[in-house]
Design a protein around this ligand. Structure first.
Ligand SMILES: CC(C)(COP(=O)(O)OP(=O)(O)OC[C@H]1O[C@@H](n2cnc3c(N)ncnc32)[C@H](O)[C@@H]1OP(=O)(O)O)[C@@H](O)C(=O)NCCC(=O)NCCS
Length: 142
């Protein structure tokens, strides 16, 4: 298993797009649009790989010098519940600390809130709707 940063528009990035599409978009009947993808350029993209194949991905979007927004967290479907998501989130926290970031925020799908709570993320909002499904804002001080 390999945890690493992915370069925008690299072959690994192309793999990550397929994973995000399969896990985050298709189940909601959504597709990527170019405008949505251009923000990827400004973000840190981290992946978990096995035999050079991507199994999990997440993005970190700088909101300020100290705060990152975690987004696009996806684990391949037949590997969910095996600890891959937790490993990648913990790796991303370490990655962010080395760059002097102090806090993560995220918009968690309601179904994923228990996952983040196990990693010590706290709910900081009422329930709200985004892309048509219930979410909560969560945060963790690094
Ligand atoms: C949510 C997701 C990223 C979690 O990654 P994962 O690799 O499946 O999670 P892990 O195996 O690392 O789980 C860690 C712990 O959280 C729990 N957990 C994970 N997903 C959960 C869920 N949806 N509901 C309740 N508990 C969950 C696990 O049971 C495990 O608990 P344990 O430590 O007591 O065994 C992954 O399941 C996924 O990609 N889901 C679909 C897309 C999605 O919802 N993305 C998040 C959008 S905000």
């Amino acid at each position: 298993m390999q945890l690493k940063q992915i370069k925008y528009q690299s072959p690994e990035y192309e793999q990550s797009l397929i994973l995000r599409d399969k896990i985050l978009r298709k189940p909601l009947g959504m597709v990527f649009i170019d405008e949505f993808l251009t923000q990827d350029k400004e973000e840190y993209i981290l992946g978990l790989f096995e035999q050079n194949e991507i199994k999990a991905v997440l993005h970190l979007k700088p909101l300020s010098d100290t705060v990152l927004k975690m987004r696009q967290v996806a684990v391949d479907e037949n590997l969910q519940g095996k600890g891959y998501g937790s490993k990648l989130v913990l790796f991303s926290e370490e990655f962010a600390r080395t760059k002097q970031y102090k806090k993560f925020i995220l918009h968690a799908r309601k179904t994923a809130v228990p996952f983040y709570q196990k990693l010590n993320y706290k709910i900081t909002s009422e329930e709200f709707f985004e892309i048509g499904i219930p979410h909560f804002e969560m945060e963790k001080v690094l």
